[in-house]
Design a protein around this ligand. Structure first.
Ligand code: ZN
Length: 447
């Protein structure tokens, strides 16, 4: 089992670019992170109006150890929505890329993130070294992520790959699946990087057109990675499927699986990650699930201090069998706002649905909506199964969804109905990049 290449990369980074035969140690990372956090909490208020106000009177010298960071306030997506420009620590001339996220927040305003050329270089460097886990020089990667614009995710990934003599071909998100399948064969792609449901779409449509062994590895990113999808891809293509965790706020890349494929190793030269209780904000016991909170250690344009991601995960406490000393995040178990109520205490999440529905043979994609009204709550499913509208698939989907514990209990108590799912003739559920969620709606009753 090869150790994640991130250890060696991070060792070189935190040793000022020096190559050294001694392996990275946990103490070395902790010392480095402590120094960087002190620098960051001094740098941010000195240069940004937002932090000047938030951290008034505070300074890095207050910190006597890493754990002292808990006395500093959190930052949130709403802070960015309200005052993105006030986060800036450099002049706007130095900003190389602005990413606007139209995700719904409590204020309904989009979120803007700013990156300098140096900030983007950190991402390219991470892509270069992180990808060397699953790809070798001379191979080709078909990138199924947006990459038309300079410094977009696909473009940064392509540049990172070029540094290890790997050709990255930016295909963009899948829109016409037959065209994507033909590109995989035409370019002899060795590796695919894409959105989980889109790569599943390719696998279930291609059948024998993409023979087992053609694709040597897959990296899934930008959304939760359902185990049901990983299993399906591995069994069809006989290749390892890796998962990555990141978001625009982390400069896209944050943590990636090693060959063990059990938990995401964090790029700890660039991020300090905490897991906190979402209710109290207190640090969770080691191994306990909570909200992922991170602090950027090397970002110049728009540093984020104790940024609340809204994603739920935990630290894996056992050392990784690959021998890495880097912190490891367990599977991301959804979002804080991803739990949809079904009546009384019962809830369902998109992850529950993914794991129960994706094993159904013939099903390619779906969307779900919880609709309230007429004194009833309904869990309505829309299925996409290629050209098929086989009743067997619809019945299997209803049965699988109804067996999710929260759904089953809500049905048993007469609070919820799961009607026979509808079919869609187009895969309209996966056109964007981002996290899928369960829709919620209301129908007006006559009472
Ligand atoms: Zn590992």
């Amino acid at each position: 089992m090869r150790k994640t290449p991130l250890d060696e990369w991070i060792a070189r980074k935190i040793r000022g670019g020096q190559d050294s035969p001694s392996p990275l140690s946990r103490n070395e990372i902790d010392r480095y992170q402590f120094e960087k956090i002190r620098e960051t909490v001094d740098y941010a208020p000195r240069n940004s109006p937002f932090y000047r106000r938030l951290l008034e009177g505070r300074s890095g010298s207050e910190l006597k150890g890493l754990n002292d960071l808990v006395s500093f306030p959190f930052t949130t997506g709403d802070d960015i929505r309200e005052s993105a420009l006030r986060f800036l620590c450099v002049s706007q001339d130095e900003i190389a890329r602005v990413v606007t996220l139209n995700t719904s927040g409590t204020t309904g305003v989009s979120k803007r993130l700013f990156f300098t050329a140096d900030d983007l270089e950190l991402t390219v460097d991470f892509f270069h070294h992180g990808m060397s886990t699953l790809i070798s020089p001379g191979q080709k990667v078909l990138i199924l992520l947006p990459g038309d614009k300079k410094d977009s995710v696909g473009d940064l990934l392509k540049r990172g790959l070029a540094r290890m003599d790997v050709e990255g071909i930016v295909h963009g998100p899948v829109r016409d699946v037959d065209n994507t399948i033909s590109d995989i064969m035409k370019f002899s792609a060795d590796c695919l990087v894409g959105i989980p449901t889109q790569v599943l779409w390719i696998a279930r449509t291609a059948g024998g057109v993409i023979p087992a062994g053609r694709i040597k590895s897959v990296l899934l990113s930008t959304d939760y990675v359902p185990q049901a999808v990983v299993r399906e891809l591995e069994s069809r293509w006989h290749c390892p499927v890796f998962a990555h965790f990141g978001m625009t706020e982390t400069g896209l890349g944050c943590a990636v699986e090693c060959e063990v494929r059990s938990g995401y190793h964090i790029r700890e030269a660039d991020f300090y990650v905490e897991i906190v209780d979402p209710e109290t904000g207190q640090t969770c016991r080691e191994g306990q699930a909570g909200e992922i909170v991170f602090t950027t250690l090397t970002r110049r344009g728009m540093p984020l201090i104790r940024y609340r991601t809204g994603d739920i995960s935990h630290f894996m406490t056992e050392p990784c069998p690959c021998g890495s000393v880097l912190g490891r995040l367990g599977t991301v178990a959804g979002r804080l706002d991803g739990r949809v109520p079904l009546g009384k205490d019962h809830t369902v999440t998109i992850i529950d649905l993914d794991e129960s529905l994706f094993p159904i043979e013939g099903l390619i994609n779906y969307s779900a909506e919880v609709v309230r009204g007429d004194g009833k709550t309904r869990l309505v499913l829309f299925l996409y199964a290629g050209t098929s509208t086989d009743l067997k698939i619809a019945k299997a989907a209803r049965e699988a969804a109804s067996s999710i514990p929260g759904v089953r209990q809500a049905i048993a108590e007469g609070l919820l109905e799961v009607p026979l799912p509808y079919f869609s003739t187009e895969n309209q559920f996966t056109t964007g990049v981002g996290k899928r969620r369960i829709g919620q709606g209301m129908i007006m009753g006559d009472g």
